[in-house]
Structure formats: C-alpha cells, structure tokens
Design a protein around this ligand. Structure first.
Ligand code: SAM
Length: 279
C-alpha cells in the first residue's frame, strides 16, 4: 500500500475494505471503520462527514494493524477495545472478547429495576458486571474470575468506565467457590463449549481467546451443574440466575440439571436459545 499526505478517510475505507475482502475477512468495512475511529478518536459518522485526511504516521499504523488482521488476530485485540452495550472495554488476550449476544443478559436484568446485589461469575473483561453497575441495575456487585490477569483487566475497565460504582472483583474458582453471601440476581456467561468442540472453532477464536474462557475442559455442563448445586445457597428468596448458554448446550440436558428449579428460556436475535432464567 502506498500512503501519501492527501490520502483521505474515504479513500482509506474504500481501498482497505477491498484489501481485507480479498483476504476473505467478513465485516471488512466495519473493521476499517473501527481502526479509523480508534486512531482519529472520532465517531463513525465523522468518518463520512468531516472530510478528514490521514497523516503519514497514521497510515503506517493502519498498515501494521491490517497486516496483523490478515495474519488472523481479532480486530478487538489489535485495537485493545471492544464495544459492549455501547461502552468501549479494554481487552487483551487474557479476556474473552465480549459478544453482542451476551447483551441479552443485561436486557433481562433490566426488568428487575435496581436490586440490592448481583453476583457475576466468570467476569472476564468485566463487561457484564460493569454494564450492570453503569446502567444502575444493582447497588452492590461481586464479580469473580479464576484468573488474576483477567481480574486486572476487569478492574482497569471499572476505573475507566464507572469508578464511582460498588463492584468487588474477587479471584475465585467457582467450581470450588468460597463465596458465602446471598444475591438477588446471579449472572454468568460461563465457559460452555465442550472440550471436543474446540478444534472446530474458527482459528481467530481458538488461537487467540483464552481457552479457560471458552471451555470447561469437559462436556460444557460443569458450570451449570455447579450453579444447580450452589444456586439455593447463593440466591436470596425470590432470587434468580440468568445464565448464558451455547448451541451445544441441549435444553433437555439443562432441564435435567436444573430439575429442582423453574427454568425459562430466552432466545437471541437469531432465534437461538441464549439465556436461561433459573429460580
Ligand atoms: C465465556 S467467558 C465470559 C467473560 C465475560 N463475562 C463475557 O461475558 O464476555 C468465561 C470466564 O470465566 C472464567 N472462568 C473459567 N473458569 C472459571 C472458574 N472455575 N471459576 C471462575 N471463573 C472461571 C474465565 O477466565 C472467563 O473470564
């Protein structure tokens, strides 16, 4: 690619979108827009309305990002940013990239107004816990993860996005949990991909995202089994659990696991069961 000082944002979008498409990258235009918004610190609309030019220095940065993207790195790790519920979260390879589908948990939680406390298990970048706090859906939040590096990222995001809120980040292995408190709502997007499905994932996921965030190392039901055992202890009277599920998690199996509870199923925008409400 040849960049010069007259290179406009619109040319950059056009040329690089085609370039990424030639490498079979889906959402090529969207990814170029993300790169430009991050570099120019502007909104997407500004790319198309402000007739901006790109400096030589930024051209070189764009070129390096595009090389990394073509080599298979997710754009969110390259830009160290991922959007969730309209907020930009810092992400690196210690945390799962927040997925749009997980926003359904927040939408369901909103129906309860502002509760006293919420537990988020496997907080990752802190996207769920921090969104709950920022949307004023709980006065106190406990957010756990097994990984120290992950908790560091979540704490960083809390300072960045809602420093005034009460979120207690704790390193805790949920499968051997020491949590001894009761909550109005428990939310979680646990590692639910069966171990034997990991090989089938796209390289962009399996080569970059933390394996501990993807799979329980077993059949994908370890965490649901544990929620079933601990739910009665960790939930207040009338408390609920909102748990994300994946396409490999069979509803009949989940109904067996939660046979001592009531289970409701919520579908995502693709009509795929995505969240179960347990009470
Ligand atoms: C699917 S990711 C979800 C991250 C984030 N909540 C989200 O929705 O993007 C699952 C998270 O669970 C954490 N985790 C894995 N095993 C765990 C365990 N035994 N106890 C607590 N957290 C665990 C992982 O480190 C990872 O951050």
């Amino acid at each position: 690619m040849n960049f010069d000082q007259t290179y406009s944002v619109l040319d950059c979008i056009k040329i690089n979108t085609k370039y990424l498409m030639d490498y079979n990258i889906d959402n090529a235009q969207c990814e170029i827009e993300l790169i430009l918004c991050s570099l120019l610190q502007c909104d997407k609309i500004d790319l198309y309305t402000k007739n901006q030019k790109i400096s030589q220095k930024d051209c070189l940065i764009i070129e390096s990002y595009i090389k990394r993207r073509i080599a298979g790195e997710p754009i969110q790790y390259i830009l160290k940013n991922s959007y969730f519920y309209g907020r930009g979260f810092f992400v690196n390879e210690n945390v799962l990239i927040p997925r749009f589908d997980s926003e359904l948990i927040i939408d369901i939680a909103k129906k309860y107004g502002c509760v006293d406390n919420i537990l988020d298990v496997g907080t990752g970048s802190g996207n769920l816990a921090i969104t709950i706090a920022a949307e004023n859906l709980a006065k106190n939040i406990v957010a756990t993860d097994i990984s120290k590096q992950t908790i560091k990222v979540a704490e960083y995001n809390k300072q960045k996005l809602c420093p005034e809120k009460n979120i207690n980040f704790i390193i805790d292995d949920f499968l051997n949990s020491t949590i001894n408190q009761q909550f109005d709502i428990i939310i979680s997007n646990p590692p639910y991909i069966p171990k034997n499905e990991i090989d089938k994932l796209d390289d962009i996921v399996k080569k970059h995202e933390p394996i501990k965030a993807l799979t329980d190392g077993n059949d994908g039901y370890n965490f649901y089994n544990k929620f079933s055992v601990l739910g009665k202890k960790l939930l207040k009277k009338n408390g609920v659990m909102l748990l994300e599920i994946g396409i490999n998690n069979k509803i009949n199996e989940l109904k067996k696991i939660f046979c001592n509870y009531t289970i409701e199923i919520f579908k995502d925008l693709n009509d795929i069961p995505r969240v179960i409400k347990i009470y």
